[in-house]
Design a protein around this ligand. Structure first.
Ligand code: B12
Ligand code: SF4
Length: 472
């Protein structure tokens, strides 16, 4: 799944945990399974390193695999601990699945404590910042406060993983040596489908000086020439961002970079400056073209802000990657139509349209908890194409709508090869097919379905204008 859908970057959480542990006289080994076919490297590492503690970084998609590692550790007589977003959300699941402890929050200081306890044969129960189970009862250690100053964190322990494996793959694919950098922890916003169990709504940033030191190290040690800023939201604080840009400018780093940003932060003057410093792509959480849906998702953004940001990115010739979501509760076919209209208007260079995934621990998940599909059907949930709960429409409807976005993108790519008239004809035929055939067929031929499909009938689209995009 990772090879097919996901951009390859190592886990920055694990690299920082490793680096921090080293400063506390612990000798960490990272077994990075990104390129592995099975768990054999874990077995080998447990045998060779004889660790006092085995820790696993967890995401919902990898829960089962994580538990296999816990069982492997137990088989070798080594205690295990789970951290990362999924274990933080549902510690019981991981404790039931064989882990001795879960770290639901920031891990640096807790993992050091746990390792020292494990090494000296002490119990892990009651360790600050941990959750354990004793006699069927959950025991939470005293809460641990967040690190006050992120600048105190050492540079990620890149030497503990196969950086060349990542960089070489990027180089073969794009000609660039790409690496990930994190400048902050947390996010002050509150979208209802977002899982934020580790840092909640807190927000801390490293100093611009520290960020540039990391960029320089990546450049000097690994010849990195393209950086992905992996922050939940990059550049929340305008003054901080200006200072970072000043420092990047002065350092003469000459890197290309990309980031994920919220539309209200993408002001034209800022984008112009960022572009001259190497900004090549921005991931934009557009999600929906319907204000009603944005409000239901608690996105805190206005459609007008999305439009302005998309326009500014286009003017600057910065690639935009839109995230779009279908199927969020409350969405009707009219809302999907509004999203498609927005998509047509701005034609982002890249996009993903996924069916909404209720991630455990989110308000969205709680709102559909009673309507979740059985676990066996949820397992096939890769790539944003599965419908994991009983939504307003059947899965086939969402798959069909996803196909309409893909057709739209394909038609846009065909500009120059096919005449504008032919493209407009294909698009109109596809729209009519959607309205008169596909929708009534998928939804059944009942009166409600007919009424719904009738509402979405539009007049034929005009021949689209080709928008010139300034080369980046
Ligand atoms: C950057 C990022 C990516 C990047 C890089 C991923 C990577 N390899 O790290 C890319 C774009 C590739 C990506 C892909 C995906 N991501 Co992502 N990603 C993030 C993001 C924005 C930042 C991750 C990060 O570096 N955090 C900062 C570090 C410091 O925090 P951390 O990893 O949580 O680690 C700390 C603690 O959790 C703890 N800890 C972590 N591990 C361990 C282990 C032990 C033993 C211990 C004790 C402690 C501990 O200590 C660490 C330091 O304090 C997070 C959101 C977030 N804020 O975490 C989403 C997030 C992790 N991603 C998410 C998802 C869903 C995905 C995808 C599945 C999306 C998709 N459908 O393709 C894929 C999965 C890819 C994969 N195999 O990891 C979800 C996970 C939700 C969940 N419950 O599973 C998150 C939380 C986003 C969200 N809000 O929903 N992602
Ligand atoms: S989706 Fe992005 S902006 Fe919204 S709460 Fe999550 S991290 Fe913050």
């Amino acid at each position: 799944m990772e090879r097919k859908y996901v951009e390859l970057y190592p886990s920055l959480g694990l690299l920082t945990l490793g680096a921090y542990a080293r400063t506390q006289r612990i000798v960490p080994t990272i077994v990075d399974l990104t390129f592995a076919r099975d768990l054999a490297p874990v077995r080998a590492a447990i045998r060779d390193a004889q660790p006092d503690l085995v820790g696993v970084h967890t995401k919902s998609l990898t829960a089962r695999r994580a538990m296999e590692v816990a069982r492997m550790a137990a088989g070798a007589g080594v205690p295990s601990v789970a951290g990362g977003p999924d274990a933080a959300t549902r510690p019981e699941l991981y404790l039931d699945g064989g882990f001795d402890a879960v770290v639901p929050g920031e891990g640096e200081r807790t993992v050091v404590d746990l390792t020292e306890r494990a090494a000296s044969g002490e119990t892990l129960v009651g360790t600050p910042g941990s959750v354990t189970r004793t006699g069927g009862k959950l025991t939470r250690g005293p809460p641990r406060s967040f690190l006050r100053d992120l600048d105190e964190l050492p540079l990620p322990a890149w030497d503990l993983i196969d950086m060349d494996g990542y960089l070489g793959r990027w180089e073969r694919r794009t000609g660039e040596r790409r690496a990930a950098v994190l400048t902050s922890r947390g996010c002050p916003f509150d979208c209802s489908w977002c899982s934020k169990p580790t840092f909640g709504r807190t927000y801390r940033q490293q100093s611009p000086e520290r960020v540039v030191a990391e960029l320089e190290a990546l450049r000097a040690r690994f010849r990195v020439d393209y950086v992905r800023f992996c922050d939940d939201v990059f550049g929340v604080n305008r003054r901080w961002l200006e200072e970072l840009l000043d420092r990047m400018d002065r350092s003469g780093l000459d890197l290309k970079f990309e980031c994920l940003a919220r539309v209200e932060l993408l002001k034209p003057d800022l984008l112009a400056r960022m572009r001259t410093l190497g900004l090549a792509r921005v991931y934009v959480g557009v999600e929906s073209g319907s204000q009603k849906m944005l409000d239901l998702m608690n996105r805190g953004t206005r459609l007008a802000q999305i439009e302005r940001a998309a326009e500014s990115l286009r003017t600057e010739g910065i690639r935009q990657f839109w995230f779009l979501m279908l199927g969020y509760p409350g969405e009707t076919l009219d809302d999907i139509e509004a999203t498609l209209r927005l998509f047509r208007r701005f034609s982002p260079e890249e996009y993903s349209v996924s069916i909404a995934v209720p991630v455990p621990g989110t308000r969205f998940y709680d709102s559909v908890r009673e309507r979740l599909k059985p676990p066996a059907r949820r397992r096939a949930s890769t790539g944003g194409t599965a419908l994991l709960f009983e939504a307003a429409y059947p899965r086939s409807m969402y798959r069909w709508e996803q196909a309409r976005f893909d057709l739209e993108a394909a038609l846009r790519r065909a500009h120059g090869r096919l005449s504008d008239r032919l493209i407009a004809q294909i698009a109109n035929a596809a729209d009519r097919f959607h309205e008169r055939v596909a929708t009534p067929l998928i939804l059944g031929t009942g009166a409600a379905a007919r009424a719904r499909s009738a509402r979405t009938v539009r007049s034929p689209r005009p021949v689209p204008a080709v928008t010139p995009v300034r080369p980046g």
